[in-house]
Design a protein around this ligand. Structure first.
Ligand code: SF4
Length: 413
């Protein structure tokens, strides 16, 4: 089983008005070195509960991790090593030899020296928060960087022959289909091996909800992205993610394939499936989710408290920050995350994990949906159609289970 570690770095150059990650403006909170101390304390006090020591993927996300100098990132990695973790050397990992270590970088925060520093400590994948190459729309999105900054960063990554991905944001207020086409063309000029395309999501009352293209045009924008990328061999493998074959994000795949991950830092989420725990008592029959305090001050208190004794996920995480999953919740998660992937839900894996009775319940719903236009059968199970992807929330609603739905149904043998 693969195992990933996510490290949240909540520092940003600016606070973008549409962002709902935990983040703070750089310079207005504790210095980065103090935050790294908290991370190392968290590793020291909590590592004892993690049953696996071989890490397949490490992901520094945020926020803007590239605001942290390489020596600070190194301190975190060294602490993981001191706690007995080692990097995977599995043959099927990354380019066949090493673990995948991703670092998110934003334009205007990384130069040649800094990139070399990250490469030296083992980072082998970089995710660039480009969002759009259109100067006007960058301002609409509240970004401080310019399109020129993004281009310079992508040129730097290309010159250094490193593996990189970038994020595109679409459906921005006043953005036209032609502007989106121009963004995709510029993106393709950099020959990305991976690209994530997100439609802006803001609540109705949000100032950025005004002036956006109508829903049908947003769907068309997504279709343009998918078809233009496909022509360049960058294929969709998840609702919002595209890659050349072999360049899919191994870390993000953990989230969609029921694999364990451990989140460090403020607001970071973790998931331990049942087969990953030291004992079923610890995480229940269906696995456990837990998460760190979302506010930096509360996270700091949590970590300081844990100094006094060895922290335990099971004993010490406040009830409000952990959830021992029940079978219906685990089944719901399994259906939603599998269907996010292009390859879809594997019926055999479903039966093995939840038993024949629960699997039959799911397949009868999928069979009904397949009579419409949202779901289609595959060789191993079921996947969403293009129309289903647009209506993903409605599909997920049909596959959201309550405890009563599974009452009396036997589990796996
Ligand atoms: S830079 Fe990224 S993480 Fe920071 S506020 Fe903007 S969108 Fe959010």
């Amino acid at each position: 089983m693969a195992f990933g570690v996510y490290i949240h770095i909540p520092y940003c150059l600016q606070i973008c008005p549409y962002c709902d990650f935990t983040k703070y403006e750089h310079g207005k909170i504790m210095p980065p070195s103090d935050y790294v101390k908290l991370l190392t304390e968290e590793i020291r006090s909590r590592a004892g509960d993690v049953p696996e020591r071989e890490i397949s993927t490490i992901y520094f996300g945020g926020g803007t991790p590239s605001l942290f100098e390489p020596r600070l990132i190194l301190t975190v990695l060294e602490e993981l090593a001191k706690a007995g973790f080692r990097w995977s050397t599995a043959e099927d990992n990354d380019d066949g030899k090493r673990l995948e270590m991703t670092l998110e970088i934003d334009p205007a925060t990384c130069d040649q020296a800094r990139l070399e520093g990250y490469l030296a400590l083992g980072a082998n994948r970089f995710s660039v928060g480009a969002q759009t190459f259109n100067e006007r729309l960058l301002k609409v999105a509240g970004r401080k960087h310019s399109s020129h900054d993004t281009v310079e960063l992508l040129q730097l990554l290309k010159r250094n022959k490193v593996n990189y991905s970038f994020d595109l944001l679409f459906g921005l207020p006043t953005q036209t289909l032609e502007e989106l086409r121009a963004d995709v063309a510029t993106a393709l000029a950099f020959d990305p091996s991976h690209l994530s395309a997100y439609c802006l999501t803001v609540p109705e009352a949000h100032p950025m909800s005004k002036g956006r293209a109508p829903d049908e045009e947003q769907v068309e924008m997504f279709n343009v992205i998918e078809s233009e990328l496909a022509k360049a061999g960058v294929l969709r493998y998840e609702i919002s993610n595209f890659a050349k074959p072999g360049f899919e994000s191994k870390h993000n795949l953990l989230y969609w394939t029921d694999q364990p991950y451990w989140g460090l830092g403020t607001s970071a989420h973790s998931y331990f499936p049942p087969r990953f725990s030291k004992s079923v008592d610890a995480v229940g029959d269906s696995g456990m989710r837990f998460w760190n305090a979302p506010a930096l001050s509360a996270y700091e208190k949590e970590v300081r408290r844990s100094r006094s004794h060895e922290w335990s996920f099971v004993r010490d995480i406040p009830d409000a920050h952990r959830e021992i999953l029940e079978r219906h919740q685990a089944l719901t998660d399994f259906c939603h995350t599998s269907l996010r992937l292009k390859r879809g839900l594997d019926e055999n894996a479903l039966r093995l994990r939840f038993g024949n009775a629960a699997a039959s319940l799911v397949t009868s719903i999928l069979g009904d949906l397949a009579k419409g236009t949202w779901i289609q059968p595959t060789a191993n199970g079921w996947a969403m159609t293009a129309e289903g992807r647009v209506m993903a929330n409605a599909v997920f609603e049909k596959l959201t289970f309550l405890a009563d739905d599974l009452k009396g149904l036997p589990g796996p043998n």
